[in-house]
Design a protein around this ligand. Sequence first.
Ligand code: AMP
Ligand code: ZN
Length: 121
Amino acid sequence: MVYSGKVLERIMENCIFCKISRHEVESEVVAEDETTIVFKDIHPKAQTHWLVVPKKHIHSVSAVAEDEWGLVLDMVKKAASVAKRSGLIGYKLVFNVGRDGGQVVDHVHLHLLAGGKMELP
Ligand code: AMP
Ligand code: ZN
């Protein structure tokens, strides 16, 4: 689904990851820049479980517009760079797409999991 105008504004007001990006809701921030925030997952499925989230509200990988794929590539790059900086050698990167794919939060995000007995998020 691609939303715009007032509908998108209302979604962004209520979206938990938009609120975290705006620092209206607390999170344990691992890294942040103008476009992306990386924070600890509240219910970790591995020793290290972070979420890489673009500040722009995009519903899901299935709703990425043609001109937004750069943002998705950027998420993967940021995940790799924050992992490297944190000394993580091996890790999993997971996108859940749609309810059937396990997506619960409707703001695109990339799970970064490392260490211990990893479960699928
Ligand atoms: P998904 O199932 O792919 O939509 O993943 C959403 C993830 O967001 C889950 O692993 C949740 O534990 C995590 N999550 C939800 N709310 C918060 C929050 N306020 N802070 C950190 N992580 C959250
Ligand atoms: Zn959002």
